[in-house]
Design a binder for this molecule. Structure first.
Ligand code: SF4
Ligand code: SF4
Length: 296
């Protein structure tokens, strides 16, 4: 049985990737999936060696043959996205709906595959990694996340590894839904701020809807004790386990600057020990989930 563990956050900048990379160092060997495709940065810490790289095609785009175009203007009046400027197409605005191809009287328009980004399969010092890059201005990040996860699962199967650790997108949009659907555990990294609590609640709500077992990590908990208590209170009321509390410590940032994971940069630090305990609890929970499923 392959377990997918997603590390997410209600917003960016909570320390999600630092924590996911630390779990990778502690839990290795495992498969990594960087599903933060709009701003992927796990590779900065993990220095993957790329084994396979492919175009990511999720949509079509219209192309006009200027030799066939009579400039009748029909495509302009029928395009609801304002993308037709014969003999050119605004490829960012074009949604690939095909209406212009249908109405063009001279057959000057055809739909072509649109390359929205790249997918990568790589090797890191902690295990195989599936990651991607979305080209600037491109949508389809949800589809790309699904593709990254699919490839990560395949890597897990071929390498005989049981855990896929996902660095998810921040927020509650389409890429996060694609990150969480079907995941076994969802770890929300939050900070004790007003927006931190609000964003955490939204992502926990999403997990409840997708039946993902939730856990919460309270990062920099000592910076605002009363807000931290509010988060703890909320989790107690909702029956959500706090996986751990991490105090503010500049070594987190220092390790990032050195492009290393925290357990590698500061193996004997208190935070590394805390992260180890958290990972042990994750493994324990996965065993419990597996046992419970075996009984049903
Ligand atoms: S509908 Fe066809 S022929 Fe008319 S302007 Fe558009 S591309 Fe040209
Ligand atoms: S494919 Fe659709 S969106 Fe793109 S130019 Fe044609 S009508 Fe407009």
């Amino acid at each position: 049985m392959i377990h997918e563990i997603a590390v997410v956050s209600g917003k960016g900048g909570t320390g999600k990737t630092t924590i996911a990379a630390s779990f990778a160092a502690i839990g290795a060997p495992l498969v990594l999936a960087d599903c933060d495709v709009d701003a992927s940065d796990l590779h900065i810490l993990l220095h993957p060696t790329i084994n396979k790289k492919e175009d990511f095609i999720a949509s079509k785009v219209a192309v006009i043959d200027p030799d066939l175009c009579t400039d009748c203007g029909l495509c302009v009046t029928h395009c609801r996205y304002g993308a037709a400027y014969p003999p050119h197409i605004d490829t960012i605005a074009c949604e690939g709906c095909g209406v212009c191809e249908y109405v063009c009287p001279t057959g000057a328009i055809r739909l072509e595959d649109k390359v929205s980004g790249m997918t990568y399969e790589s090797q890191t010092r902690f295990g195989p990694m599936s990651h991607a890059r979305l080209h600037p201005g491109e949508g389809n990040s949800g589809k790309l996340v699904t593709e990254v996860r699919k490839r990560a699962l395949r890597l897990a199967q071929t390498s005989g590894l049981e855990k896929v650790l996902i660095d998810g997108s921040p927020g509650v949009g389409c890429p996060v839904i694609a990150t969480l659907t079907g995941a076994r555990l969802g770890i929300v990294v939050t900070e004790p701020t007003v927006s931190g609590i609000h964003d955490m609640e939204r992502v926990l709500d999403l997990m409840a809807r997708f039946r993902v077992t939730p856990l919460v990590i309270l990062n920099k908990y000592d910076l605002n004790p009363s807000k931290s208590e509010e988060i703890e209170e909320y989790c107690r009321e909702q029956g959500i386990e706090i996986l751990g509390r991490i105090p503010f410590n500049p070594i987190m940032t220092e390790s990032m600057v050195q492009a290393r994971t925290l357990p590698e940069y500061a193996p004997g630090s208190g935070i590394t020990q805390t992260l180890r305990s958290m990972w042990n609890r994750v493994v324990e929970l996965l065993t419990e989930i597996e046992r419970a499923r075996g009984r049903h």
